[in-house]
Write a protein that binds this ligand. Structure first.
Ligand SMILES: [Mg+2]
Length: 221
């Protein structure tokens, strides 16, 4: 069993939400659906967001409702320009400073995660990537997917910290006894599902790792 473990989300957590990366993925999901069902952009968008709301990810809805092959979808939606995120030596240093093993847990694909890590030149700092395929296409925040991630990497939940920009995604981690850190991007979908399972809040992964964000500091009078 691993000692200390860090389970870190990819999109809008490892790189900041201010980049346009996820916007590109979002647009490409809509295009894929428009082509798949031969519908216009408006209807494709409606379907995309309906599946996202009902199944946790658009892909999970496409699989459940239409038995869509996930792999061409994943290849298509992640075929994006990643050059807008820049390598940041201070992020590398902050990650390196974390004792224990580091893992990526993403609702995206292994290939997408590997590409981002390589682009940021931090791939050597991670011990594994747990992607949507590894999760048997059960999106976060499925408890079963979290358990599968823990089992895959032989993680001791009581010595693990999960970090994610979606507050709701932290619930299964907290249920297993993990420490949880929410990266608050300021968006409504980031804070959706906020609750006692969120142990700490930060606005930026790098700052939190570097210790610039107060940890567990009580606020108020
Ligand atoms: Mg995210």
């Amino acid at each position: 069993m691993t000692g200390q473990a860090w389970i870190i989300d990819l999109d809008n957590t490892l790189y900041e939400a201010g980049s346009n990366l996820f916007d590109q993925i979002d647009v490409r999901m809509g295009r894929y659906i428009a082509q798949l069902f031969d519908v216009d952009r408006v209807e494709a968008r409606r379907l995309q967001k309906d599946y996202l709301a009902r199944y946790g990810t658009t892909l999970s809805g496409l699989i459940a409702c239409h038995d869509v092959d996930p792999y061409p979808f994943l290849d298509y939606v992640h075929d994006i320009d990643v050059s807008s995120i820049e390598r940041d030596p201070s992020l590398s240093e902050a990650l390196e400073g974390l004792g224990g093993q580091r893992f990526i847990y993403t609702n995206g694909s292994q290939g997408h995660a590997a590409r981002i890590l390589a682009h940021l030149e931090i791939d050597h700092l991670f011990n594994g990537i747990f992607d949507i395929a590894a999760a048997a296409f059960e999106a976060k925040p499925a408890q079963s997917a979290m358990q599968r991630c823990v089992d895959t990497f032989d993680i001791n939940p009581h010595m693990a910290t999960m970090i994610d920009d979606m507050a709701s995604n932290l619930k299964p981690a907290a249920a297993l006894g993990m420490q949880t850190v929410w990266i608050d991007t300021g968006s409504p979908w980031s804070s959706a599902g906020h609750g006692p399972h969120v142990k700490e809040r930060a606005t930026c992964l790098k700052s939190w790792l570097a210790g610039d964000t107060p940890k567990n500091e009580q606020q108020g009078y």
